[in-house]
Write a protein that binds this ligand. Structure first.
Ligand code: 21W
Length: 241
């Protein structure tokens, strides 16, 4: 998958994209990310990318011309790929949206700054508008990185077998239960005996029960939407262990 990012702050991207799983995905040719500076596409002497809002009110708005020029120069006019505007007014990003976007071979992401972008970018260039949640950030760059991260780990080959995207919490619709590693005793705190039992069926049952209980406790909204088996309902009621 190829993702092209359009931003006034391209220097924010490399450190995160080069590390760990995303770095390896790019080296393996599974993911390509092009980061493009919108400012380079401004045609005036001072490469101005923002201006005061019509109607007054203060703050600055990103001008349409450099954004259209940047996106159309990289992707053609009109672009034949989804063009996603990251904005607080977008539909809220979820695991389901990440999985949906991972089906495309190419995406364009536009990061806003200041008070936002000229409405004509939204109306005539963007094909989708996404928010990452109900809180206020300073721009769309962190949301773009977050989206790339969540989408990339759904691409075939990006994750190892062990932590496959299909078994993820939120892909299964439940929160995960607790994880432990060595030592078996730390500062007098032990590890649940089920995990040390070597009985794989018992371990699987205990893990499922912990996931169900934690979800019931912390995210009853998720549990309501999960389709639980009869066995799950028994585990949740505590009739098992
Ligand atoms: C924040 C842009 C607020 C516009 C009145 C006076 C992209 C984001 C962003 C930003 C405003 C996302 C105002 C969750 C986010 C983003 C920057 C509104 C401010 N109104 N997801 N001043 N949260 N944020 N204008 O902030 O670009 S996705």
């Amino acid at each position: 998958m190829q993702i092209d990012v359009f931003t006034l702050f391209p220097e924010l991207f490399p450190a995160y994209l080069e590390a760990s799983i995303l770095g390896r995905a790019q080296q393996a040719g599974l993911l390509g990310v092009g980061v493009h500076n919108i400012r380079s596409y401004a045609t005036d002497k001072h490469q101005v990318t923002d201006d005061t809002p019509f109607g007054g009110g203060g703050g600055m708005v990103m001008k349409p011309e450099p954004i259209f020029a940047a996106v159309e120069s990289v992707l053609g006019a009109p672009p034949a790929v989804p063009v996603i505007l990251l904005s607080p007014q977008g539909r809220v990003f979820t695991q389901a949206v990440a999985q949906e976007l991972a089906q495309h071979s190419r995406l364009a992401l536009i990061c806003g700054r200041y008070e936002g972008v000229d409405e004509r970018v939204r109306q005539h260039l963007a094909t989708d508008e996404i928010s990452i949640g109900d809180f206020v950030l300073t721009g769309g760059e962190l949301p773009a990185l977050l989206l790339i991260d969540a989408v990339a780990r759904n691409l075939a080959g990006v994750l190892g077998q062990a932590d496959g995207a299909l078994t993820d919490s939120h892909a299964t619709g439940l929160l995960e239960g607790p994880h432990y590693t060595r030592p078996a005793e730390f500062r007098g705190w032990g590890v649940p005996p089920e995990l040390l039992s070597g009985d794989h069926a018992r371990i699987a049952r205990w893990r499922r029960q912990q996931a169900l209980r934690r979800t019931a406790q912390r995210r009853p909204d998720l549990l309501e939407r999960a389709d639980l088996s009869a066995e799950d309902r028994k585990l949740l009621e505590g009739n098992d262990e």
